[in-house]
Design a protein around this ligand. Structure first.
Ligand SMILES: Cc1ncc(COP(=O)(O)O)c(C=O)c1O
Length: 407
């Protein structure tokens, strides 16, 4: 599969928005879906639909096999040796909450410390904040330096045996910063802390190998990697999953149920109570197959060239402030900026008249925006289907905003 004509395999790009072709620069919020993903889900419902792990008839067996095949595909995709370490969740948020409400609640005591970074999306901040307040854990934040990188000196000074968990983003959804995870993981493990990596903004853009990375859990969402909404993954080390109680209770997560007592299934079933999103899982499998067919070298080459091109164009424009590091090397597929004198929401509204879709606001990272000294930014994010023409259209959009607002 070639990346060059890939837009053609995404039906949404046949649409026109306010008379213009769609310039979709919001893949960090959710990526568009290729025909292969739509067809896989359609085929599941048309030909195989049954409740996985329950039906002892042909369709039930097929549905179970399809779901378990995707579990193996996910494991291979992220370099995990054991498919039973892959738990299906509703998304990144569901995965992080799962670790918070199972392992962390079971293992952290009052006075223990959780460290997150100032870059975090609310999903990797609010669950820890809420539980910390309830259970009297301490919550600390790795500060960012002037260019948006994490202050590792702070982390070195701060890591003590009281720290039980470091939960950090792989790639910032605002600044595109990619913290040095191997160093963070090594430092955290040295004091016995566990490490959760929020890979929501990474998994569609670069290979992730949990075995090589050495983290303890990783979370991501299907919909940001060209798969469907409502499905995500928590990968965790087998021993840690086994050492955590269930999160939700119900069908298929049990070993034996008596009137007064229940024993629970081993992971991953222990954490997958109730009927699973089988069609979503099948769609996720199709998205992984598509990414594999294109291949990481082509994806990275294409996206890095686009980020470099966009960064060059945007930083050259007067009256535009680009946040975070300005180099494409080590930069994720998001660029956040403001047009001086114009609110980000107004920018996005003018862009829309040209068929340009971007995100405007705090991107679920309000404390980070406070730190940056702004209420909102405009975020352009890139996916495999974007082209240089999309960036050129973005630049035209910026110029139109500056003309309308006379800034
Ligand atoms: C870095 C990061 N973490 C977590 C999330 C939450 O993902 P979801 O809403 O799919 O659970 C997002 C979504 O934007 C994100 O960018």
């Amino acid at each position: 599969m070639s990346i060059r004509n890939i837009k053609k395999s995404y039906p949404i790009f046949s649409r026109r928005i306010h008379g213009h072709p769609l310039t979709y620069l919001d893949s960090a919020a959710t990526a568009q879906k290729p025909t292969a993903v739509l067809a896989a889900m359609d085929a599941f419902y048309r030909r195989h639909n049954a409740n996985p792990r329950r039906g002892l008839y042909q369709l039930g067996v097929e549905a179970t096999e399809m779901v378990e095949q995707v579990r193996s595909d996910v494991a291979a995709f992220i370099g995990a040796d054991d498919a039973s370490e892959v738990v299906f969740t509703s998304g990144t948020t569901g995965a992080i909450n799962l670790v918070a409400y199972t392992w962390a609640l079971a293992h952290l005591r009052p006075g223990d410390e959780v460290i997150v970074s100032e870059l975090e999306h609310h999903s990797n901040l609010v669950p820890w904040q809420q539980l910390a307040a309830r259970r009297r854990w301490k919550l600390s934040f790795i500060p960012i330096t002037a260019n948006g990188n994490l202050d590792l000196q702070w982390l070195r000074r701060h890591l003590t045996r009281r720290v039980k968990l470091v939960s950090v983003t792989h790639t910032s959804n605002v600044l595109g910063v990619r913290p040095p995870l191997p160093t963070i993981i090594r430092l955290a493990h040295r004091v016995g802390a566990r490490v959760l990596v929020d890979a929501a903004q990474a998994v569609a853009h670069e290979p992730i190998n949990v075995s090589r990375l050495g983290c303890d859990w990783i979370s991501f969402s299907g919909h940001k990697m060209y798969g469907p909404t409502g499905i995500g993954v928590l990968w965790g080390r087998r021993a840690l999953l086994e050492d955590a109680p269930p999160y939700q209770y119900g069908g298929e997560m049990v070993a034996e149920v008596r009137w007064g007592k229940t024993t629970f299934a081993d992971p991953p079933a222990r954490f997958e109570a109730g009927t699973q999103n089988a069609a979503g899982i099948v769609g996720l499998g199709a998205a992984i197959a598509m990414l594999r067919a294109i291949g990481w070298p082509a994806i990275r080459r294409h996206e890095r060239a686009l980020v470099r091109y966009a960064m060059k164009k945007l930083t050259m424009l007067s009256g535009v402030t680009v946040y975070g590091p300005h180099t494409a090397v080590d930069h994720g597929a998001v660029i956040s900026f403001n047009i001086d004198g114009v609110h980000a929401h107004d920018v996005a509204s003018v862009f829309d008249t040209l068929g340009i879709a971007v995100r405007a606001g705090h991107h679920c990272a309000m404390p980070l925006h406070t730190k940056l000294g702004v209420l909102a930014t405009v975020r352009a994010s890139i996916g495999i289907y974007n082209t240089k023409e999309d960036i050129d259209q973005l630049v035209r959009g910026i110029k139109k905003v500056q003309k309308i607002f006379e800034v």
